[in-house]
Design a protein around this ligand. Structure first.
Ligand code: NAD
Ligand code: DAU
Length: 334
């Protein structure tokens, strides 16, 4: 395949930057990262990329003129930019409505004007949650039933994309992925919070009883799936991305404690999240069968051990955010 020019929104965030690294390593493509560098964007995540293939535009995706300038002439837009943290959406939903809904609307209008292909990144949370003993997992036909302000705005953004495909012929694909882990994830999120707490001598914190289940996938596997959909996905289709990684939060915390050389029971229970979804689980059969995708990080423990090493080796990356993040959690008893 000849080299493309990709616009990657949210490319200074956790998964967006993993995707940019993946594209640079596995293709000849060039990339323009569009990122407004909110608290979640980190320039250090783009530091070691070749300047002749990756450039950064510090812009808000809700700025129509800036999006027109950047998107015109691109081969595709891969849209990761979002407000992404459920706890923040309970504290103040307004930036979630602005970026996830108005921002996505603005991008859709721009790709429509310029006839540019879009891939929209979304989440399994749009489907709501499952009972612990439900034999079903989420599929592409599961009805939408989001619980939090974050997941409701992501669900709304997905519906906008689908409507722009059907009504205006926009050339778009969508994917809904489960919980990602790996290097360069903000310390507000579950796994990096516990790893960096242990580095700082703080006990890991489990919301409620810790029995909520998440379906973990390495960000590198999310990236390879998105690249595969970009290359071979059918326009208008949704693909679920997951790697059969269901674990409850207690199991994850105990594994982190074990891998970091602590007593596996040395954690504490803190206030539960309001409206806390119980379980997510992805059936990625369509992606595997139709596009031949397979995850590379089959073993969660190996991927988690490497992630722990990354946080130990890259304290300068996460240290500036740690104290303010913990102060915010402390205020709400978490
Ligand atoms: P993140 O919070 O780490 O990164 C988001 C990035 O978007 C940041 O760099 C931020 O600066 C940028 N951004 C925010 N608002 C912007 C705006 N208005 N204009 C331009 N840039 C803006 O998020 P993440 O965890 O990397 O998630 C990326 C995408 O993947 C999101 O769409 C999220 O819904 C989706 N997703 C995340 C997960 C997960 O486990 N983290 C799982 C499935 C799907
Ligand atoms: O499922 C995909 C979603 O995964 C993405 O759409 C979101 O952007 C991403 O943030 C993530 O959402 P979660 O709410 O599942 O992730 P979080 O890391 O916030 O929490 C994971 C689980 O761990 C959840 O059940 C809450 C719990 N938790 C979280 C924190 C921060 C704790 O028990 N203790 C904690 O300190």
């Amino acid at each position: 395949m000849s080299a493309r020019h990709l616009v990657v929104t949210g490319g200074a965030g956790f998964i967006g930057s993993a995707f940019v690294h993946h594209v640079i390593e596995h293709t000849d493509d060039t990339v323009t990262v569009v990122d407004s560098l909110t608290y979640a964007g980190n320039l250090a995540s783009l530091e070691d990329l070749p300047s002749n293939r990756v450039r950064l535009e510090v812009e808000d995706i809700a700025d129509a003129a800036a999006m027109d300038r950047i998107i015109r002439g691109a081969d595709a837009v891969v849209h990761f930019a979002a407000e992404s943290h459920n706890d923040n959406s309970l504290d103040d939903p307004s930036p979630f409505v602005q970026t996830n809904l108005i921002g996505t609307f603005t991008l859709l209008e721009s790709v429509r004007r310029h006839g540019v292909r879009l891939h929209h990144i979304s989440t399994d949370e749009v489907y709501g949650d499952l009972a612990l003993d439900d034999p079903q997992r989420f599929t592409e036909t599961t009805p939408y039933n989001p619980s939090s302000p974050y997941s409701a705005t992501k669900a709304g953004s997905d519906l906008l994309v689908r409507a722009w495909v059907r009504s205006f012929g926009v050339q778009a694909t969508l994917s809904n992925c489960s919980n990602n882990y790996g290097p360069r994830q903000h310390v507000e999120k579950f796994i990096p919070r516990q790893i960096t707490n242990l580095i700082d001598g703080i006990r890991p914190k489990l919301y409620g009883a810790g029995l909520n289940v998440r379906d973990w996938i390495h960000a590198e596997d999310h990236s390879s799936a998105v690249l595969r959909i970009l290359e071979a996905g059918e326009i208008g289709q949704t693909y679920l991305i997951g790697a059969d990684g269901e674990k409850n939060n207690r199991q994850v915390v105990e594994l982190i404690l074990q891998l970091m050389g602590h007593d596996v029971h040395d954690y504490e229970h803190v206030a539960d999240r309001a409206g806390h979804d119980l379980r997510y689980a992805i059936d990625a059969t369509r992606l595997r069968n139709e596009l031949g995708w397979e995850p590379a990080f089959a073993d969660f423990e190996t991927g988690l051990a490497a992630t722990i090493d990354w946080y130990r080796d890259n304290e300068q990356w996460w240290r500036p955010q740690k104290a303010a993040t913990e102060a915010k959690y402390q205020k709400v008893g978490q």
